[in-house]
Design a protein around this ligand. Sequence first.
Ligand code: ZN
Length: 232
Amino acid sequence: MCGLIEVMKWFLALNLLLVMSAFASSAVGFYTDGSLEEGGCIPAEGEGYMQLYRDVNNIFATRPLLNMITEAGREMNEKYPGRDRLQVEEMSASEGGEIDGHASHENGLDVDIQFYKRDGVEHIPTGQQYYAPSMVVGNAVSPNFDLERNWELMKTLHRHGNVQRIFIDTKLKNALCNYARSTGDFAANTRVLRSLQHQTNHQDHIHVRLRCPAGNNRCVPQGEPPPGHGCP
Ligand SMILES: [Zn+2]
């Protein structure tokens, strides 16, 4: 679990930038064949976010990933106060390595996150009565898919993390492309759109992947996604 010591480290790291280096996490190896050194974790709930599957305990990650989550939650909460929170799923095991149900998530740089839904339902955090409806129904995007907030989320994740890829179903990516065009937001966000990469089984959540953090010299980088926005 995310013990008192980890939580204290977290608050220290938040408040005292000078001690950040004392708790420097390290991603080691590749996303699908790696480990995590000095991984941290965050409280189960914070401003604008909540963490699901706490009982499974894959709640550990590198510091840049944890920072991205807390900052994105805070910023989304400021933009959309009083709405359902960012729902964070599994990250990595305490020392990384293989975890059930995921091919990657091994080096503290991968996290699964729920889409924002129009119905505003928050999951039960322990995994009982899990609520993850597909955002693709038949061949169409579900009316429950909150286009505005999900597009805002993609940009917000990029503002607070060195995001390389966001795995998402292609139908949902295309809907976000069209939404960005309709709001005049398209040209300025090629980098965000490029990161949205189709992956099967990503109709009910996204998977965010960060690049190797600076100074994590044993982290094995992945090639960049193809150039351009990748939109139809
Ligand atoms: Zn994942």
